[in-house]
Structures are given as structure tokens and as C-alpha cells.
Design a protein around this ligand. Sequence first.
Ligand code: OOG
Length: 261
Amino acid sequence: MTRTVDLSELARRLDAARRERREVPPLTNELPELPLSDAYAIQEEGLRLRQADGERVVGLKMGLTSEAKRRQMNLDSPVYGVLTDRMRVAAGGVIALGKSIHPKIEPEIAFRTTRELRGKVTRDEVLDACASVFVAMEILDSRYRDFKYFSLPDVVADNSSSSLFVLGEVEHPPRAMDLTKLEMKMSVNGAVAQSARSDAISGDPVVSVIQLCELLAQRGQVLPAGSIVLAGAATVAHMLQPGDRVRLDVEGLGSVEVSAA
Ligand code: OOG
């Protein structure tokens, strides 16, 4: 007998966990064969719930684009999630940890597009479509128990663990520097907690945008003009503690800070 999976119910379950800040078991505990395409359909339904609540899409995030992250999570291919206006924290702002489940922070590089990108695109097409590149950090907060899940469909259904993001205030033209050779340092309370070179991100953060366009095309979607794109973490994530002051410095791009309370 085949069982019909109610994708909307799964989306509502994850959305309630997010809003009520409580952990749920990974979906693949009960649905070990959940296909990745269904997981993206759950993600899309979750987004519709947020839009119905007044949230507006402002961009996309790539995840698992660095070897360090893939090894940390024991997962092997890049995924994407959606960013909304309500997920943005102001540069220098404070993250209220009581509003999260088990948040972690990661160092990122971000792009802003001014032209739509669709399907298979070249590095030059991405650079032409991006008005700027800048520093960013993403705050992840998996809705799964103990921040543990065992497969890509789990993380994809959960909007690729995205929770909040913070963007540097100074934007730079993307052709002004070699984006593969930027030293990145994330400090917590003044001590360097994670560091990497920017080519830790997909070998080149621009490649993350190329991969994002391909993944979107598989869902019949495009990367709209005016999107923020987080290219994926360069290092493993740091578990946030109350009182943490986190700062990311990226050579040539400047810095951004955020605190946890
Ligand atoms: C998955 C999302 C990872 C990144 O930048 O690698 C991610 C996770 O670690 O839960 O966003």
C-alpha cells in the first residue's frame, strides 16, 4: 500500500516549531525515503506560510558550499534556502537568543543582484548581474532536535537551517578584487574563533551563485533582480552564547558585527 505524504502538514509542523521555538524530530525518522524534490516543496510551502504572515522575500542563501561545513554536518552537496525581510538583523544589532532554539553563527560573503539570472550562467554573467559584494554573517537555527538531522531532505525542508542574517554596511563592486583570495576572520569577544580564505566557499563565492541558479532552475525558478545572495559559510559554525560579540573581518570588504543577548 502506498502512503500519501502530506507535504503541507510537514511544512506546518516545521513552521510551528520555528514560531514556538521548539525542536521536532527529523522528518526522515518517519519518512526515510523523502525525496529532495518533496523537501524543496515543503520549503516552498513553509515560505508561503511566512508570506501569508506578512514576510517578504529579500534573497536566498546557499548552504554546504564549503568542505568544512559538509564535513561538520556529514552531508555532501550544496542546498539553498530563502531569506525574508524579518530575518534581517541590523549591522551592530543584538540577537535575542531567547527567540531562538540553538543558534549558531557563520562567516559569509554576500552579493546583491541588479539583474535576473536564470539557469546555467557563467562567472562573467554573475559578475555582470551583481551590483555589489559585501561581508555578511548568517545565524542558523535548525528546528530539529539537538541541531541534528541526517539527510539533505531534512535540512532543505527546514529552509536550510536559516534563521537570521546580518549584512555589512559597505558594498563593493565585485570586479574590484580577486574574490577567491580574501582572508576571512570571525572573532568572538575579541579572539579569532574561525578563519578561512574565501575560496573555501565553493572554490570561489561566485561559483555558489552559479550553483544557486542551477538549483533554482531545477525547480523552474530564477534568481530575481534585487536579490541578496549569501554564498555559504566559509568555516564551521560557532554556537552563540549570551554576551557573545561576534565580528567578521574580510580583507578588502570590511567588517560587520553583531551581539547576542
Ligand atoms: C545547514 C546549512 C549550512 C552553510 O552556509 O553551509 C549553511 C546546516 O549547517 O544546518 O547554511
